[in-house]
Design a protein around this ligand. Structure first.
Ligand code: COA
Length: 254
């Protein structure tokens, strides 16, 4: 278990805290493994009735660790990222998220699998996959256009346009925007309400609301595309540019 994921288990709520604030909670393979392990055991643990995810520090999550992406690009990416995504998509118990600051890439796309999302006023969501020479993941190329429409989703994916908290709320990406100081109390209160609801009925409702087979099939198709993009020379240029703190130059790739 990595120190970069904190796990609290109390009163029927499993709280998973992304705890790598110095790196803006960028997700490493060890973090994906810990998250996947926790979600897998939560699924079958009768003591867990609701799961809450949040991040330490000033940002929810800066997406995948780009150094690890660069290092593992030719071997299929971080070993546990796809396991995390599959487990997340298959989770039957309610999932609540509390988001402050930036949520980038998978930091945003994981929210599409949450059942209740609370944003702090400073939350900014983005999914700049094309800017990184990648393609969308987590079934986001299905779920995001479905929620906010094709043209808005395309601007997020293709141009890297970021969405502020109030727009995210208006577009159906979140339930509520609250002052930063109230974020955790608000999300905790929602989780406590969910714990008191009948779990069987919650699971049945979530199952009925999510086209699980379509989501899983779409995610598998995305994974093929994503891994091909990850191994591309364009992506190596994008990762090198991030590491060197410069703008990428994609002009030499046709
Ligand atoms: N992978 C690895 N390290 C990351 C990271 C990521 N995705 N995001 C941030 N970090 C690291 C930075 O390298 C920096 O490390 P250092 O202090 O050792 O130099 C530290 O976290 C702080 O980041 P910094 O860029 O200085 O903070 P900021 O407040 O100026 O900007 C972000 C924050 C999130 C806007 C910016 O870091 C960013 O754009 N990150 C990349 C996001 C991304 O493209 N993710 C992948 C999506 S698929």
């Amino acid at each position: 278990m990595t120190e970069h994921i904190i796990v609290l288990n109390d009163g029927g709520i499993l709280t998973l805290i992304l705890n790598r604030p110095d790196k803006k909670n960028a997700l490493t393979d060890a973090m994906y493994a810990a998250l996947a392990d926790q979600l897998e055991s939560a699924q079958s643990d009768p003591a867990v009735r609701t799961i809450l995810i949040r991040g330490e520090g000033d940002m929810f999550c800066a997406g995948n660790d780009l150094g690890e992406f660069a290092a593992t690009a030719s071997s299929g990416g971080p070993a546990n990222v796809m396991r995390f995504l599959r487990t997340l998509a298959a989770l039957e118990k309610p999932l609540v998220a509390a988001v402050q600051g930036r949520a980038v890439g998978i930091g945003t796309t994981m929210l599409l699998h949450c059942d209740h999302v609370v944003l702090a006023e400073d939350a900014v969501l983005s999914a700049p996959f094309v800017s990184l020479a990648l393609a969308p993941e987590a079934a986001s190329s299905l779920l995001l256009p479905g929620l906010i429409g094709h043209v808005r989703a395309f601007a997020m994916f293709a141009l890297g346009d970021a969405v502020g908290a109030q727009d995210a709320l208006a577009w159906g990406l979140a339930n509520k925007v609250v002052p930063l100081a109230d974020l955790h109390a608000t999300a905790d209160a929602v989780a406590r309400r969910l714990v008191r609801q009948p779990l069987g009925a919650l699971i049945a409702t979530k199952r009925l609301m999510r086209p699980q087979r379509a989501i899983t099939a779409h995610m598998e198709e995305e994974i093929t595309q994503f891994l091909a993009r990850l191994a591309s020379a364009e992506a190596q240029e994008a990762f090198a540019a991030f590491a060197e703190r410069r703008a990428p130059d994609f002009s030499r790739f046709s």
